[in-house]
Design a protein around this ligand. Structure first.
Ligand SMILES: [Zn+2]
Length: 247
């Protein structure tokens, strides 16, 4: 792949993080492709921080338009955006935040044939979805194409997060043998705000190869008590999606 360097303006833009991640880390971000699936509460926040950090290519996927009831948590959008496509709005707004990166928007569902190509093109995928059916489809695609997937889920004041490295760590289907029933959840905007920020953090660390990731660990967050717990998780050898033992 063509390796892009940093311009003098970018050295200034990223000045306050270059001392932490180095020019090499910044170049790794610039030359990475991140696929963000879902541009709701989680995706709004994750995409803002990844664009600000300088991820060079962002693929944004959401089929929906902005609704009034989204605005308690989906901070990419404002009241004037109601009725407009989230993917296109997100691209426009993130481009204003950082014009030095390449952002592409797609009004697709994970079940659409064209979506597979986006998974193949990406270096890492963020599950910012709000329903289990789509999450299971995305998990399967990432396992098939060996793409790291950062899952997050929220409800009320609670959140969960873990990083899936296909072939190495449990996948979503290892943890949840059966797809949970769909339900309309209640959520305070800060919960996806924090979990989306944590997803962006995991993605940045993975891309620059720094720190310890949530591999084989499930992070459970209870913001009502400010408890953050990490639980060890294991692959299911007979998992229908990533199992080593095929039935
Ligand atoms: Zn699995």
């Amino acid at each position: 792949m063509f390796w892009l360097g940093l311009s003098s303006v970018e050295f200034v833009r990223y000045d306050r993080q270059l001392g932490i991640i180095s020019e090499d880390g910044q170049l790794k971000l610039k030359n990475s492709t991140v696929l963000i699936v879902g541009l709701g509460g989680l995706g709004s926040v994750a995409s803002i921080f990844l664009a600000a950090a300088g991820v060079g290519r962002m693929l944004l996927v959401d089929k929906d338009v902005v609704e009034l009831s989204n605005l308690n948590r989906q901070i990419l959008y404002n009241t004037n955006d109601i009725g407009k496509a989230k993917a296109d709005l997100a691209k426009e707004k993130l481009n204003k935040l950082n014009p030095y990166i390449n952002i592409e928007s797609f009004r697709l569902r994970v079940e659409d044939e064209d979506f597979k190509d986006l998974v193949k093109k990406s270096d890492i995928v963020l599950d910012c979805l709000d329903n289990w059916r789509s999450r299971f489809v995305l998990n399967k695609l990432c396992v098939e194409h060996r793409k790291p997937l950062i899952h997050a889920g929220v409800r009320e004041f609670y959140g969960q997060l873990f990083t899936i490295i296909p072939g190495e760590t449990p996948c979503l289907n290892c943890l949840l043998p059966k797809q949970p029933p769909e339900e309309k959840i209640q959520v305070i905007g800060v919960t996806p705000g924090i979990l989306g920020t944590l997803q962006a953090t995991e993605a940045i660390k993975y891309l620059i190869g720094r720190g310890t990731s949530l591999k084989n660990l499930l992070l459970l967050v209870d913001l009502s008590t400010m408890e953050f717990k990490k639980l060890k998780i294991q692959r299911n050898p007979t998992c229908p999606t990533c199992g080593i033992i095929k039935k």
